[in-house]
Design a binder for this molecule. Structure first.
Ligand code: NAD
Ligand code: DEZ
Length: 380
């Protein structure tokens, strides 16, 4: 077993569950507000552990002694990976850590569309944009539940088999789920990929669930399209251009507004921390002293009994919403925005004080059925 010859100085985002429990054996862990982190706060650090609100680049790290950066997130658009590489700084993100949480968000949103808008989503044509850890989990769940699902992902299309269609075709789906990263360069940048031209392909009464990154949808173009449409356009927004400042116009037109918490299941956040703990051990050649099962929580509701009529969407929706209901998060966000002053936007506070939520997979059913297709676990 390798041991460290000095205590490491570890600077970590305060919004990272279990970080002290996992890292305190290796040195001093200082918890910081990730959004306002400065060069001064990291100058003497050996290890920097962040979330998506910290821009990790030359301006943050110049002259710092940081040897390893971990982000307990799937998204990496806040990290200048080229800079880290040039400086020989180790790096790891947490791929897939909260993919199940985001898929739960989608399932809960679909159930909202049924219970509040009468959308029979099981029979709709669903399009998934981005076929990575999140998009493929969403695809697997919805296609196993019997939905007609297509995907758009120009990179994955070249690598794997799948129900790929063109961008124009995916925009004509009846429900569109957005799970692409935010990219501004390369052959298929996603910044404003949903622009006025693409919005003109939308079908009447379409529903859009945006849980990838803000900036993928051009919100000005969206508001314009919204004002022109006679038919319903159901918008479920978790991610926003310019977070933590968000457009009041966008907020006013969306049906469900949540403060970038699609991935905020209790387990997803704990897994994120655990994944960068493992990457940290590997970077410093250290052996593991803590195990996954000790760090990732069990759920609060361990099982449900589902009767034979549970394939009916209203029963399904009630059961899904008993574990996680996106409407709860929407009402917290809207009331916080109603109360807030112009000076202090409540976005980050809503995230910091987010009520813990379990993943659907922490709850068991007795046999394989539509619940297991949609993310619940099965005893057998
Ligand atoms: N709302 C949240 O809380 C939350 C949680 C987790 C992840 N995310 C976001 O969702 C994104 C996807 O997560 P993931 O785990 O699937 O990431 P991933 O890296 O596993 O997959 C991303 C996929 O998007 C594809 N892609 C890239 N450019 C594309 C384009 N122009 N059009 C279509 N597809 C494109 C890639 O080929 C890849 O398959 C993350 O980058 C992150 O920004 C948001
Ligand atoms: O990229 C991700 O993993 C998610 O967007 C994640 O939930 C972001 O959470 P944050 O790091 O902003 O707390």
């Amino acid at each position: 077993m390798t041991t460290l010859n000095k205590k490491l100085r570890i600077v970590a985002d305060e919004n990272m569950p279990k970080v002290r429990a996992l890292f305190a054996d290796f040195g001093d862990v200082s918890l910081v507000d990730g959004r306002s982190l400065t060069n001064k706060q990291v100058i003497d650090a050996d290890v920097l552990l962040v979330r998506s609100v910290t821009k990790v680049n030359e301006s943050l790290l110049k002259g710092a002694s940081v040897q390893f950066v971990g982000t307990a997130t799937i998204g990496v658009d806040h990290i200048d990976q080229d800079y880290l590489q040039t400086k020989g700084i180790g790096f790891s993100s947490a791929p897939g850590c909260n993919a199940n949480a985001v898929a739960d968000y989608v399932v809960s949103s679909l159930c909202y569309l049924h219970s509040s808008k009468g959308v029979d989503w099981l029979t709709k044509k669903i399009g998934v944009i981005g076929f990575g850890n999140v998009g493929s989990t969403v695809y697997k769940r919805l296609s196993s539940a019997g939905c007609d699902v297509s995907v758009f992902d120009p990179f994955k299309q070249a690598e794997v088999e799948g129900p790929f269609v063109s961008f124009e075709e995916i925009m004509q789906s009846e429900i569109i789920c957005l799970h692409a990263p935010l990219t501004k360069e390369g052959s298929h940048p996603t910044y404003h990929m949903i622009n006025s031209k693409m919005l003109s392909y939308l079908k009447p009464n379409v529903s859009i669930i945006s849980a990838g990154r803000g900036g993928v949808i051009d919100e000005v173009a969206l508001a314009k399209r919204y004002s022109e449409l006679d038919e319903q356009l159901n918008l479920i927004f978790d991610v926003w251009e310019g977070e933590p400042e968000i457009s009041p116009t966008t907020l006013s037109i969306v049906d469900i507004a949540t403060p970038h918490i699609a991935g905020y299941s209790k387990q997803g956040r704990e897994i994120g921390t655990f994944m960068i703990y493992e990457a940290f051990l590997s970077h410093f050649g250290l052996d593991s002293s803590k195990f996954y099962k000790d760090c990732v929580s069990k759920g609060y509701i361990s099982s449900i009994v589902s009767g034979h009529d549970s394939t009916q969407l209203d029963v399904l929706s009630k059961i899904v919403h008993s574990i996680y209901d996106v409407m709860r998060d929407d009402s917290y966000m809207r009331s916080a925005y109603k109360r807030c002053s112009q000076k202090k936007v409540p976005f980050d506070d809503l995230r910091k004080n987010y009520i813990e939520r379990d993943e659907l997979n922490t709850c068991y059913v007795s046999e394989k059925n539509i619940f297991t297709a949609l993310g619940f676990s099965c005893r057998t």
